[in-house]
Design a protein around this ligand. Structure first.
Ligand SMILES: *Cc1c(COP(=O)(O)O)cnc(C)c1O
Length: 409
């Protein structure tokens, strides 16, 4: 959970290869040790006493010896946190057991009974479930806003508004938000801003550079990259770090060493993986978009911010430096039976949740949870996660799916 990575000015792949770990701090081994442990021993009673924290502010913990107990971090978790601090430009990063916990822990850190929170309506569904159930039960007023709202978010501010929670692009439909305009408005009122930045990763969008206080990641996705780990990461600027860290210490929601090791290992190749994901995804999205123009095509809108035709494309181009491997398209005037026929005909795309791994996945998107932003996309929405397979094979698989969907119409 320490701050300040080295080599911040170097190229992104260089940073990914070298940040976070200091081999010579551990006999020269290239990778950090996976420390399995609860207990750290102290050399004497005076050192033991000097590290104790007996008040609510765990940031006051004396660093007379670097480690005291595993819930406060280990060489394995510190290596990952320092690598992420270097990428995000953050004062500190916490690791939590899932991407969902990376959403809930910061919300718990900054909201109390009687507060009001603004959440984008296109948010990841489990975030909405947490807000509508647990935050509501705790007496927090939850309000959803349109992703296109921009600086007008200020019109929704109340005296008790404490947090604006963004996710850009939006879940499944990929609406882009004007993050700098929104954070500027929030800053004027002392409102904390958070963003679920899982889609972009810190490689394609750096929230703290755009005025966001807290950046949230499901490390389960691209940082892990291999569909074999569940972990969340939350990075904070200097102004919010203390409260975030104290909440993590109070809750005890610490990340596990094997998971931290796998995510750090994934980070090393995340840059080159994302380059490949982006290249194949853009090619397939353009191909589907061209197909949509043909008379009688069952392909409708293609929802991917990197496409010039996408409504939020200009904002994406202004603020982001890339697009990842997940997008959606519409089966025009399609039925559920046609959506299912598409899914069932696929041979390479697995029917599964999550994304960010090396393998392609597909889901039939459910959008009925939306309130203020509910709209008709003109058919059934299918989400594709484009993996690292060869484009030509994925194209053939999608053609197979489309033929089956057409036949089921
Ligand atoms: C997957 C995901 C999460 C949750 O991550 P888990 O590790 O699966 O809990 C949170 N936010 C977004 C945008 C996600 O895609």
């Amino acid at each position: 959970m320490a701050g300040g990575g080295k080599g911040g000015k170097r190229g992104i792949n260089t940073q990914l290869a070298h940040s976070g770990n200091d081999p010579h701090a551990y006999f020269g081994w290239v990778n950090p040790p996976v420390v399995h442990g609860s207990t750290v021993l102290f050399p004497d009673a005076a050192t033991m006493k000097a590290t104790q924290v007996r008040n609510a502010d765990a940031t006051s913990r004396s660093r007379v010896q670097p480690y005291t107990y595993a819930t406060y971090g280990s060489p394995t978790t510190d290596a990952l946190c320092e690598a992420v601090n270097a990428l995000e430009g953050s004062a500190g990063t916490i690791l939590v057991p899932s991407g969902l916990a990376a959403v809930t822990v910061p919300l718990l850190a900054f909201l109390s009974a009687g507060d009001h929170v603004l959440i984008v309506d296109t948010v990841y569904y489990p975030t909405r479930r947490f807000a509508d159930t647990m935050l509501a039960r705790m007496g927090v007023e939850v309000e959803y806003y349109l992703p296109e709202i921009g600086a007008d978010i200020a019109t929704l501010f109340r005296d008790n508004t404490k947090v604006v929670f963004m996710e850009a692009p939006g879940s499944n439909t990929f609406e882009i938000q004007d993050v700098p305009a929104m954070t500027a408005a929030a800053k004027e009122r002392g409102i904390v801003t958070m963003i679920d930045n899982t889609w972009a990763t810190p490689l394609f969008f750096k929230p703290l550079d755009h005025g966001v206080d807290i950046s949230i990641h499901a490390a389960t996705k691209y940082p892990g990259g291999h569909s074999d780990v569940i972990m969340g990461m939350v990075s904070a600027n200097a102004a919010t770090w203390g409260q975030l860290y104290n909440t993590q210490v109070a809750l005890g929601t610490c990340g596990a060493p094997d998971d931290a090791y796998l995510v750090l290992r994934g980070l090393r190749t995340m840059g080159i993986r994302l380059e490949r994901h982006q290249k194949t995804t853009l090619a397939l999205a353009r191909w589907l978009e061209d197909m949509a123009k043909e008379p009688g095509s069952i392909v409708g809108d293609v929802l991917y911010p990197a496409l010039e035709s996408f409504p939020g494309h200009d904002l994406w181009k202004r603020d982001f430096c890339g697009a990842c491997g997940i997008f959606s398209f519409v089966i025009k005037d399609g039925t559920e039976a046609q959506a299912h026929a598409f899914l069932d005909a696929l041979e390479l795309f697995g029917l599964g949740y999550s994304w960010g791994g090396y393998e392609s996945l597909v889901t039939h998107v459910y959008l009925k949870d939306r309130t203020v932003s509910a709209r008709d996309h003109g058919g059934e929405v299918i989400r594709l996660q484009i993996g690292l397979e060869d484009e030509i094979d994925l194209r053939a698989d999608i053609e197979r799916g489309l033929a089956a969907a057409k036949a089921a119409g």
